[in-house]
Design a protein around this ligand. Structure first.
Ligand code: ADP
Ligand code: ADP
Ligand code: ZN
Length: 215
């Protein structure tokens, strides 16, 4: 199974990807995570991407598609891939078709997480993650069960993303509307789009995704 999780910033793509990795042994391919790793390591790609990400704009198609290409090629043939935050433009969608074909894979499902725009700012400004293992949390909707301690690894260090501020979020939402939402009709023509209500609780959304994958 190769699937795309599609939805605006804060829709729950990262949270649901982590669940799919855990439940089904799939691999999460998040271009956002790959770019943040490149920024941290100060690679040439990271140095180029940093300012763009801080503004909430999109990094070039060439950069993100080559990251996906490299990471997919390194995977075992039998393991399913979850594309999280990729593709985000029509050019990336075309790149993905080529990259999948080259790797002897095809796209099974595009799962769109539908959310109210009004909820997104609150989701994103409340987001934080474990500095050690990357587990995702939210101040009110999904805090660690013991305050200040990661459920997953016990770490007491957490971090917030520099681009998770209200102003940048607005730019990111505008980028989504202008460049990412328009790729959906192409997938719809192929009959592979399913929608889930991303406003439900995390476990309900996970159940809805599993039901789609079991079809
Ligand atoms: P994305 O990867 O689409 O940007 P995340 O998975 O990082 O979104 O989720 C954004 C924030 O919202 C996180 O703080 C996460 O804990 C929280 N969140 C995710 N799914 C839900 C949900 N179904 N209900 C409430 N909060 C959620
Ligand atoms: P979110 O889903 O919360 O918006 P991501 O972690 O997916 O955040 O992305 C963070 C930032 O990384 C984006 O705002 C953008 O600058 C860059 N980025 C991630 N994926 C892509 C992509 N596929 N194309 C272009 N830029 C990307
Ligand atoms: Zn942790």
């Amino acid at each position: 199974m190769n699937i795309i999780l599609l939805g605006p910033p804060g829709a729950g793509k990262g949270t649901q990807s982590a669940g799919l990795v855990e439940r089904h042994g799939m691999k999460q391919l998040s271009t956002g995570d790959m770019l943040r790793a490149a920024v941290k390591a100060q690679t040439p790609v990271g140095l180029e991407a940093k300012a763009v990400m801080d503004r909430g704009e999109l990094v070039s198609d060439e950069i993100v598609s080559s990251l996906i290409d490299e990471n997919l090629a390194a995977m075992e043939a039998g393991q399913g891939a979850i594309f999280d935050g990729y593709p985000r433009t029509a050019a990336q969608a075309a790149d993905l078709d080529r990259i999948l074909e080259k790797n002897g894979r095809s796209l099974d499902r595009v799962i769109e997480l539908e959310v109210d725009v009004d909820a997104l700012v609150e989701r994103i400004t409340g987001r934080f993650s474990c500095a050690n293992c990357g587990a995702l949390y939210h101040d009110t909707a999904n805090p660690p069960s013991k305050e200040g301690v990661c459920d997953n690894c016990g770490s007491t260090e957490f971090k917030r993303r520099p681009d998770d501020n209200e102003e940048t979020v607005r730019t990111r939402m505008a980028e989504y509307r202008a460049k990412t939402a328009p790729i959906l009709p192409g997938y719809e023509e192929r009959g592979i789009v399913s929608r889930v209500n991303g406003m439900d609780g995390i476990d309900e959304v996970a159940g809805a995704i599993d039901a789609i994958l079991a079809k």
